[in-house]
Ligand binder design. Structure first.
Ligand code: SF4
Ligand code: SF4
Ligand code: SF4
Length: 371
């Protein structure tokens, strides 16, 4: 039976208590909930919560017996151009918008997504439909390629099976996938009876949380874009129409607290050895929103339009620069804002020392007067 796995160290909520990400819950609200700041789900949860795989910006979820990355390459090697939960995926919702765009770009022939087995009007149907629409919208800004959908006709599995290559046949023959579909009712009942998985962050995860990690789906998109023709004119898409990548700007409220570029899970935000600037690489951004959530002065913002040029000619942009100097007291670098060349920590310590010294003097004077 296919099971859902979750790696808490990949979730941006484990990186910061300020994260407000709920993309997995929004995609599969009947199966995923938030418990003590982290996603939680019943222990027996499997393919019915697959929509969280395609939704999570950092690929914190996985299914046993099915790898979306492996599927991507096996599918392209096969001759079949149909993606269906009856044929080669446990559910169409395992595919993210990035996967869909990459599949369309990497395939010579048009790809059809089989929506026939999903009930129109359900949440799952809408999640899948929205992803296909977004993928086609982004594709239409630089390519003739579009994903097609099959809504009306039931897929003839036998016919499809006969036309497939051996590698695909292996997919379909997966006992766990067949089992999950065949015993769905029993499976759903068992899910209800199960208690929730409760995830916690322990010390062993800290270094993995701090690791900068680019999800496989982004590496796949890089590869697929290399095969696409570079458009003559680059469009700018409304920021809210693109869910998986973004561009940023930083305003004057930024205090160079270093938080955003230290916690960015992919390394899209970075700095230099002196921490004298904030760099940003849009193609590494997975739009997890963590930098916005953690910025105390609310100084980092989404650019209103996403420039398609970034997909083809990715560039690192400097969002902010700072006058960084060595503190006269401790020798550490700090963001200089005028006046004494003393870092904020030393300035506070100096103030405290002056206060303590004045206090001691006053007490001494009071003692002398009492005598
Ligand atoms: S990062 Fe992924 S697992 Fe964590 S809350 Fe967001 S969607 Fe869920
Ligand atoms: S943008 Fe915000 S989080 Fe990033 S360094 Fe500036 S103040 Fe800190
Ligand atoms: S730049 Fe911000 S939104 Fe993009 S990946 Fe980094 S933390 Fe997430």
């Amino acid at each position: 039976m296919m099971k859902l796995y979750f790696d808490p160290s990949r979730c941006v909520r484990a990186t910061s208590k300020f994260s407000t990400c709920t993309k997995c819950v929004d995609a599969a609200p009947e199966h995923i909930s938030m418990l003590e700041h982290l996603p939680a789900f019943a222990k027996a949860t499997g393919v019915e919560a697959a929509a969280c795989l395609g939704a999570c910006p950092t690929e914190a979820f996985a299914l046993s017996d099915f790898s979306v990355t492996e599927f991507f390459f096996t599918f392209l090697e096969s001759k079949v151009r149909l993606i269906s939960s009856k044929v080669n995926v446990p559910c169409l919702s395992v595919l993210s918008v990035e996967h869909l765009i990459s599949l369309a770009l990497a395939s010579e022939e048009p790809i059809t997504l089989d929506l026939h087995s999903y009930e129109e009007g359900t949440h799952l149907f809408e999640v899948i439909e929205n992803r296909i629409e977004e993928a086609n919208f982004v594709l239409s800004s630089f390519s003739e390629k579009q994903l097609e959908t099959n809504l009306d006709e039931a897929v003839d599995i036998d016919k499809k099976e006969k036309s497939q290559e051996p590698s695909r046949r292996d997919f379909f023959a997966s006992a766990s996938l067949k089992g999950a579909l065949k015993h769905k009712k029993t499976f759903d009942d068992a899910v209800e009876a199960e208690e929730l998985h409760h995830f916690e962050i322990d010390a062993s995860m800290i270094s993995k949380i701090k690791d900068k990690h680019l999800p496989d789906k982004r590496k796949i998109l890089f590869t697929a874009l290399k095969r696409a023709d570079v458009p003559k004119v680059f469009e700018v898409l409304p920021e809210e129409e693109v869910s998986f990548v973004s561009q940023k700007f930083v305003d004057e409220k930024c205090t160079n607290c270093q938080i955003c570029y230290r916690i960015c899970p992919t390394g899209a935000l970075s700095s230099n050895g002196k921490f004298s600037l904030i760099n940003f690489d849009a193609m590494l951004c997975v739009k997890c929103h963590l930098c916005h959530d953690a910025c105390e002065p609310d100084a980092i913002h989404l650019q209103p339009g996403f420039e398609i040029k970034e997909l083809f000619e990715s560039s690192q942009r400097t969002l902010a620069t700072f006058d960084v100097r060595r503190c006269n007291e401790c020798g550490n670098y700090f963001t200089y804002e005028g006046g004494e060349v003393t870092c904020p920590r030393c300035a506070v310590e100096e103030e405290e020392a002056i206060f303590l010294h004045a206090n001691a003097k006053r007490m001494e004077k009071e003692k002398d007067e009492e005598k």
